[in-house]
Design a protein around this ligand. Structure first.
Ligand code: MLT
Ligand code: MN
Ligand code: ZN
Length: 302
């Protein structure tokens, strides 16, 4: 199977339109060695032509332009996007659905809580019913799904401890399925990847999925728990936003150290995270732990 990282940044992207943090300002004025990144999405295929879009980023049109594989020309109107699968109902993962409105009816795989948000607090589904329309395929924690056209790949959701979106009526009372991770398995070869862009805490099920996978693509949002607070950008900690920071005791680096020697990639990286600076000490720390930093266009073949 093939995985392409379409967008490796968290909400806001990098640089963020209104941000003058060290990274965003430094990227703009050339004083920080770093690469711009679009908002969070990957695509998965078994044949290189038909893809599941996992998360529909606000930057989807730029991502499609940058990814020729998503633009086959088999008919006058055509797309390599066979279906969309969502990890949560956050803006950075769903706003791109609106940009797919010119296409055919959209097969959408998401959990019941995410489907409810998209019909309620953030009503993209009712809006899209006036354009392409959306057909819901429920993701449940009871087992994996197959997506027509993506032969030989099983997608198994795993409920994660994270946060419902700020506009959810249960932001402070999370339900199973507000956020999921995904075990993506090639049933023919037995190879697998675990994808979890928003991961607030590791429990034994998540750790088992990470151990099982040949490649993990996991929450790289923040280096520090108070990364947004220290420079006065926000009053929220990483935990308030449902993200496990990389540094510190029990942080993501320690978690990844514990799962063995497979391929480890941080994804959904916030623009404030020092790991975006290729010359930063924190980037060298990751390298010493064998941890990669996802970038837009990164291809992973398993
Ligand atoms: C998050 O995952 O916390 C988001 O990236 C926030 C956002 O989209 O603004
Ligand atoms: Mn996000
Ligand atoms: Zn910034």
């Amino acid at each position: 199977m093939n995985i392409v990282v379409l967008g490796s940044a968290a909400g806001g992207g990098f640089p963020q339109w209104n941000c003058n943090c060290r990274n965003c300002a430094g990227l703009r004025n050339g004083t920080v060695r770093a690469t711009a990144r679009t908002q969070s999405s990957i695509a998965v295929s078994s044949n290189g032509t038909d893809w599941v879009l996992i998360n529909a980023s606000p930057d989807i049109l730029a991502q499609i332009r940058a990814t020729p594989a998503l633009q086959p020309a088999r008919a006058r109107r055509d797309s390599g996007i066979a279906a969309v699968m969502l990890m949560d109902a956050q803006i950075d993962h769903v706003a791109g659905l609106l940009m797919l409105r010119e296409g055919k009816e959209l097969p959408l795989y998401c959990t019941a809580p995410v489907w409810r948000e998209l019909n309620g607090a953030l009503p993209l589904v009712p809006v899209l019913s006036h354009y392409c329309g959306v057909r819901w395929h429920a993701l449940s924690m009871e087992g994996g799904v197959r997506v027509p056209g993506i032969d030989g790949i099983r997608f198994t959701p795993l409920a994660l401890a994270s946060k419902a979106p700020p506009y959810s009526d249960h932001r402070e009372h999370p339900e199973a399925g507000d956020n999921i991770g995904l075990l993506i398995e090639d049933v023919g070869t037995g190879k697998s990847a675990f994808y979890a862009p928003g991961l607030g805490a590791i429990d034994p099920r998540v750790e088992a999925a990470m151990r099982k996978a040949d490649c993990v693509l996991v929450d790289g949002t923040f280096w520090d728990a108070d990364e947004m607070i220290a420079p006065g950008l926000s009053g929220k900690t990483a935990a308030d936003m449902g993200h496990l920071p990389q540094s510190g005791e029990g942080g993501m680096i320690a978690v990844l150290d514990g799962i063995g020697t497979r391929r480890k990639v941080l994804i959904h990286i916030n623009n404030t995270n020092p790991i975006l600076d290729e010359d930063a000490e924190q980037r060298a720390v990751l390298a010493r732990h064998g941890i990669e930093v996802a970038f837009d266009g990164m291809e992973i073949a398993l």
